[in-house]
Design a protein around this ligand. Structure first.
Ligand code: T1G
Length: 687
């Protein structure tokens, strides 16, 4: 097999180039080729300098993640060896960077004696997002090249920086305008005779005298980055080792910490999720040749929270939006919220004032429903009531141009029923955005029975354009995410009656790693969502809360009491309401264990996920995990509900549900698929 690495001579400069699409991952063959290239340079007196460059889209984007868990990952030469061979080359080695130099890719670049980059390049160490740390000297060279603070920020966030900033902090020696290879060769010629060779591992200027307090201060300043995750702290410890030891010892500390992480369940979960997220974009059974429709203009019906947030996604992707309301007051309120949201983002440096002006300039607010006639995609985002939606789609059928895609943002309702209100069900699809729609990355693309393949392909392509992570869902009540919320909410409410408190139940979830528990979420979203609005009709605890205006955070009270800073505290009023319900139901409160709460609110979600799979409402188990990580903040270090169930063991999930079955009664039935897989010792999410 031909090596992905080729070497060519340009005068006295040896060019080592990598052609390993799509991202020049540092697989075994690439590692071998790099070593051979350096050996060639060392062996020839005619070679005075070396350039390492990536062909195609990018410089090396890191180790080959698909090798992890296979013997190839540790096949000699491993990356730690490769980087030291590069740095010990007897000729100056220049890294020529375009695209992304990520993870092992940046580590290769840091082992080079010099780095040049085009201004659009990005450099980073995203290993922490895979539950790892830079395991090829990166935690030792990065602080030596850019200083401890930048090294801590880059390693624990995993976020890349642009080449310009990289040059400012000392990671890049020269920004290249024009042909990268040509300028890199010229630069190599310039530095060919400079000695001693600047080996980053030998530098001490940026780490000596580091105040040891910087590490505790960093953790204290970034609590969320560390909560629940193992990798960020080990990244910090590895960087700290660089300030305490010379390179040779520090890199041993790095290796030990790397191997600890690689062996852990969090790294497996996060690496699983890396591929799960990319797999979600693939639509089973739709030929690659199916092309998306062109979307030049979007219409949005409803300028409320969802309609406004949805519109913002398209505007900032450069797609003009016509937004329709039924009253000028609602229109003005909606567009006002959009502007304020953009201005808030601009204050955080996300957009410039000029961009905000462009976004709002591409918005066409109107009361004229017929102005939707020239839109290529129209998204309905009105009140969650089937009759209203059917009436709107009936009108759209008459107004929208042929070939326009008609989408509903419904979060529960039947897309087929909505499509039947039109003469073009093939053009109807669900686009379920999650609130706030301009922030949450998840988009459930609901495939109706008659939704055309190219409509689906268009929706998935558009999702990528507006920086959403899209998952295809089938038509069922609540699709994937919200459907799995139902058993969780049902059991959580019953547990209140049986003796648990909102705080105890929520704590099981936040200790698990969820951003909030079921009752904190209800208070945030609104206890009154779906309430029948009749304060005299009190059939359950939520009715009772709504009847006394406890609609959640927006009212300063819900399942919790809130102070002026919206800080929650357990509510004696709510406790009394629960006790009154218990008395009425003749229920005696009992001690509820955290384990029972976990089984009845988390295991039941897994069971529902299995039903979603067996009914074909999700394409694959990993899609369900993508929904929960991006839609509800499921801790990515647990991989998602289905991967987590595999880690727990499906038989233990079944056993737990059996233990709780008596309390769940008729609300619960087992998924046949779950029972079958548990019995066979199989998994939902592969390896
Ligand atoms: N290994 C294997 N495959 C990879 C890969 C990688 N590092 N990066 C991307 N792919 C595949 C991906 O699965 C997809 O495949 C295709 O390439 C396009 O990816 C020792 C241990 C580079 C910014 O974490 O961030 O180095 O679905 O859809 O949107 O210290 O890919 O087409 O079959 O994402 O243009 C560290 C991960 C590794 C970088 C490009 N590096 N990749 O984004 O394309 S650990 C990373 C990315 C490491 C060392 C440690 C992005 C990208 P398919 P894509 P994109």
């Amino acid at each position: 097999m031909t090596s992905p690495i080729t070497t060519t001579r340009h005068g006295h400069v040896l060019i080592i180039s990598s052609n390993n699409p799509p991202v020049n991952a540092l697989g075994h063959a690439v590692r071998e080729g790099l070593v051979k290239g350096i050996e060639e340079a060392d062996a020839s007196d005619e070679i005075k300098a070396v350039v390492i460059i990536g062909e195609g889209a990018t410089f090396f984007a890191g180790a080959d993640i698909s090798e992890f868990g296979t013997p190839k990952a540790f096949a000699q030469p491993v990356l730690p060896q490769v980087v030291d061979i590069i740095e010990n080359c007897t000729k100056p080695v220049v890294a020529a960077i375009h695209g992304t130099a990520l993870g092992g890719g940046l580590e290769v670049a840091l082992a080079c004696h010099y780095r040049v980059a085009v201004p659009t390049a990005k450099l980073g160490v995203p290993e922490v997002k895979l539950g790892l740390l830079p395991g090829a000297g990166g935690t030792q060279r990065l602080p030596r090249a850019a200083g401890v603070q930048h090294a801590l920020e880059m390693t624990t966030s995993g976020n890349p920086i642009g080449a310009k900033q990289a040059a400012e902090i000392g990671l890049v020696d020269r920004l290249i305008e024009g042909d990268l290879l040509q300028h890199a060769v010229a630069y190599a010629t310039e530095v060919a005779d400079i000695r001693p060779l600047p080996r980053t591992s030998e530098r001490t200027d940026k780490i000596e005298g580091t105040d040891p307090a910087i590490f505790e201060q960093f953790v204290a300043a970034n609590p969320r980055a560390f909560k629940g995750f193992e990798a960020p702290m080990k990244n910090l410890e590895a960087v700290r080792a660089a300030t305490q030891h010379p390179y040779a010892e520090g890199v041993q500390v790095e290796r030990k910490l790397f191997m600890e992480l690689m062996a852990g369940t969090q790294a497996k979960a996060q690496q699983y999720f890396f591929f799960a997220e990319r797999k979600a974009a693939k639509i089973e059974g739709v030929d690659e040749s199916v092309k998306p429709r062109e979307i030049k203009k979007v219409g949005v019906i409803g300028a409320g929270t969802m309609g406004g947030g949805i519109s913002m996604n398209f505007l900032q992707a450069g797609i003009p939006v016509t937004i329709v309301e039924t009253s000028q007051e609602a229109l003005d309120r909606g567009t006002g919220v959009m502007l304020r949201n953009y201005e808030a983002s601009a204050k955080k440096g996300r957009f410039t004032a000029e961009q905000v002006g462009q976004f709002m300039g591409a918005l066409n607010p109107t009361l004229d429903f017929d102005s939707l006639a020239d839109c290529d995609l129209i998204i309905e985002a009105v009140f969650e009531q089937m009759e209203i939606k059917k009436e709107i789609f009936g009108r759209l059928d008459k107004v929208a141009k042929p070939g326009a895609i008609l989408a509903s943002n419904t979060s529960y309702l039947n897309i087929d029923e909505i499509a039947a209100a039109t003469s073009r069900p093939q053009d109807v699809v669900g686009l379920h955005f999650f609130s706030p729609a301009n922030v949450m990355k998840l988009l459930e693309v609901v495939r109706g029975a008659k939704t055309a393949d190219d409509v689906l392909v268009t929706a998935m392509a558009l999702a990528k354009k507006i920086k959403k992570v899209a998952v295809v869902a089938g038509v069922c009540y609540g699709f994937i995410g919200n459907r799995m919320l139902i058993p969780r909410q049902t059991e959580a409410t019953k547990l209140l009656l049986e003796g648990a408190t909102p705080a105890q139940i929520d704590k099981v979830h936040t200790d698990f790693g969820m951003p909030m528990g079921p009752f904190q979420m209800a208070d945030l979203a609104g206890v009154d969502i779906g309430w029948h609005r009749d304060p005299n009709r009190i059939e359950n605890i939520r009715d009772a809360l709504c009847a006394v205006d406890r609609w959640g955070q927006k009212k300063g009270a819900g399942f919790y009491d809130y102070d002026e800073k919206r800080r929650p505290s357990p509510s004696p009023t709510v406790q009394q309401i629960i006790e009154d319900f218990r008395a009425k139901a003749g229920v005696t409160a009992r001690e509820i264990s955290d384990q029972e709460i976990k089984e009845r609110t988390l295991y039941t979600m897994v069971n529902e996920g299995a039903k979603i799979l067996e009914e074909g409402m999700a394409q694959r188990a990993s899609d369900i995990d993508v929904v929960w990580v991006y839609g509800y903040g499921w801790p990515v270090y647990r991989g998602g509900p289905m991967h987590w169930a595999d880690t727990e063991g499906l038989q233990s999930i079944v056993d737990g549900l059996r233990r709780s079955a008596e309390h769940m009664g008729d609300d619960f039935t087992f998924s046949a698929l779950l029972l079958d897989k548990a019995q066979k010792g199989e998994k939902f999410t592969g390896r």
